[in-house]
Design a protein around this ligand. Structure first.
Ligand code: SAH
Length: 348
């Protein structure tokens, strides 16, 4: 207990621990330590962002994917997945709806779908930015070339989310097919940073084969990379994957890590993810209380939502539905936080 408290104090002060120290903290967690950690994370978050919560409108543009990530429900090899793609017109109307609801960031996420060429996306980005100059656009479309990322940035994309998935190459290989490359994923992250994007990395908590040593490596990676955003959420099995019978990650562990990540990199934009809201009714609130300051409700057309099934029972209704922003506001107000209409850039 004492040693853990000391480690939390050290992390709070220096934003860094050794690999062994991270692992000790993870292996010896208790509700007391979690509470202590959460208080520190809350303090740090308030210094940077006060009680403000940023909202992002998530638009799932396509579930077509050339990759076959072992954990993912929309993996290319899943013949049970009914595929869809949103047209430019569809996407623009999602933005319009989102803007009216008070969203000032649109996140375009999808599988790695060759249909969305640079020219398609550049033209779309220019239209979105011309119509909504006060909004940020975040892309989350997987691995692309340096040139492609550069073109999209020049066309107006502000941010890019690309979870590193696993900082341990050994674990990365157990979660991905042989034709996917750990090195390329990491290279993409550094390319994005060099080009000038606000960049997000991240990983699943409780993924199959994942140990606390692997997570300690993720934390070390985050320390070094200093992402502007970091998406972490519990792994949740999907029925059409080889991991269908694996155990899901927990709210408790995810929240513990959210607090640690807030202390590692105080200005980080940290979402309480949909996966966290899916495994527990209060997941979102727990995430916020642990140091998260972003939520990403769903703006996708209703019929697309159920097809964008990354894992079983993925929420897209209730608090995950962008149209229910009022309810979300109410729930966060009850725990002392305020949803703001703001682009919500990272504080440098
Ligand atoms: N194709 C894009 C977007 C991927 S989907 C890309 O490569 O970045 C967004 C995230 O969902 C993934 O990065 C992954 O970490 C998460 N995810 C996928 N399957 C999941 C599952 N079964 N449980 C929890 N999270 C999952």
């Amino acid at each position: 207990m004492n040693k853990s408290i000391q480690l939390v104090d050290k992390l709070y002060k220096f934003h860094s621990l050794t690999l062994e120290e991270y692992q000790y903290l993870l292996d010896n967690r208790s509700s007391e330590i979690a509470l202590y950690l959460r208080k520190k994370a809350d303090k740090v978050r308030r210094e940077y962002y006060g009680n403000k919560i940023f909202i992002r409108g998530l638009i799932e543009i396509s579930n077509v994917c050339k990759n076959d990530c072992l954990y993912c429900g929309i993996r290319g090899g899943n013949v049970n997945c009914e595929r869809y793609r949103l047209s430019e017109k569809n996407i623009l109307s999602c933005c319009e709806n989102g803007y009216e609801l008070g969203f000032r960031t649109f996140v375009l996420q999808g599988g790695e779908d060759g249909f969305y060429t640079d020219s398609f996306l550049c033209s779309l980005l220019k239209k979105i930015k011309a119509k909504y100059p006060d909004c940020a656009v975040t892309l989350s479309l997987g691995e692309r070339s340096y040139e492609s990322y550069k073109k999209l940035f020049s066309a107006g994309a502000d941010r890019y989310l690309l979870r590193h998935e696993a900082a341990s190459e050994e674990l990365y290989k157990k979660l991905h097919p042989e034709n996917m490359s750990y090195r390329n994923r990491i290279k993409c992250l550094y390319d994005l940073k060099e080009i000038g994007y606000q960049v997000g990395c991240g990983f699943m908590v409780g993924a199959p084969f994942q140990t606390t040593k692997h997570i300690a490596e993720d934390l070390k990676f985050i320390e070094g990379f200093k992402p502007d955003m970091c998406g972490i959420g519990p792994f949740i099995p999907h029925k059409d994957t080889v991991f269908k019978n694996e155990k899901a990650g927990s709210v408790e562990f995810t929240c513990f890590l959210l607090s640690i990540i807030r202390l590692i990199h105080p200005p980080v934009l940290l979402p309480a993810t949909t996966a966290l809201g899916t495994i527990s009714e209060n997941g979102r609130e727990e995430g916020i209380l642990s140091g998260a300051n972003v939520v990403m409700p769903n703006l996708s057309p209703t019929d697309a939502r159920e097809k964008y099934s990354l894992y079983d029972n993925k929420l897209s209704t209730g608090l995950e539905n962008a149209s229910n922003k009022k309810e979300l506001e109410e729930r966060f107000k009850n725990i002392g936080f305020e949803i703001v209409t703001d682009k919500g850039d990272v504080k440098k």
